[in-house]
Write a protein that binds this ligand. Sequence first.
Ligand SMILES: [Zn+2]
Length: 341
Amino acid sequence: MVFARLAILTSVFLGLIAGSFAQELKIYFIDVDGGQATLFVSDKGETLLVDAGWAGHENRDARKILAAAKDAGASRIDWMLTTHYHADHVGGVAQLAGTMPIRTYLDHGENAETSANSVKTYEGYLAVRAKGNHRVLNAGDTLAFGSGVIHVLTARKELIAKPLKAPGAGTKTAGCTDAEVRKGDGSENEMSIGIALDFGRFRALDLGDLLWNEEGSLVCPVNKIGYIDVYLTTHHGSKPSGNPVMVNAIRPRVAIMNNGARKGGDPGHWNAVKAAPGIEDRWQLQKSILDGGAHNVADEKIASLSPQTEPSWIKVVARKDGSFTVTNSRNGVSASYGPRR
Ligand SMILES: [Zn+2]
């Protein structure tokens, strides 16, 4: 009898949990002052954090990430994915690990840079990583994420061999033969892990700080990524990234720029996005003060009007039919987008 009651209560409880996730994928593009911290929460409640912002600042970025996790009803990080070992991405991992539990660390393997600062940052990360599970990601890997899937597109300058099975993937990309090719720099940026997340018909893209040539290689001569609904502008919307051949090929519907007031947020990068076929809307994490600021989107679509210690983010709630809603945590301003036509 007791067991029967317990079973009924348990099933009611599990039903409530399942109902609370309501078949939605959530993404929090958290303002970490020109770094990256993007929290994905699956329809089953799993959490994937792509980068953890900066160290220092009295635990600022860890507090911001914790606030976003709380908003999503999450209390731990299942997968901590570090795109590359620059301080604005991996710097905050140690403080985050002191703030909430992290289960598994995902990265691209060895640090490619040898400067004293870079080695120190990397070794700090290794010490934290040793306390959890660890897995090196390779291009072509996939991770089940709730009822969605995460595709690893790039890691250590290696790219997926074949196009994904997705709308627009496998088609020949226009402009490849005349595309600008730049000199590589051997930095950790080039090593970035880039991912595409598919949730039903909804698709999001996060390439970390990948550089121009690697962005081009992902779509030339054939588009390996396909069309994207929500595009996190590569490398904080800075000049060394945002290759228009790639931006045009993925046909982003909504772009979100993880810039800082003085970092990334390049007018030329935004111009490339504005010119992409099918672009519907753009949002920013901070207001840029570069070039007089004329290239900023409307204030209401910016998460932080100036650098700040309080948490703010742009939140995406996506549904399997491909529709999604974008909300600014600062002012509650929200916009909804239907499934891709
Ligand atoms: Zn960066």
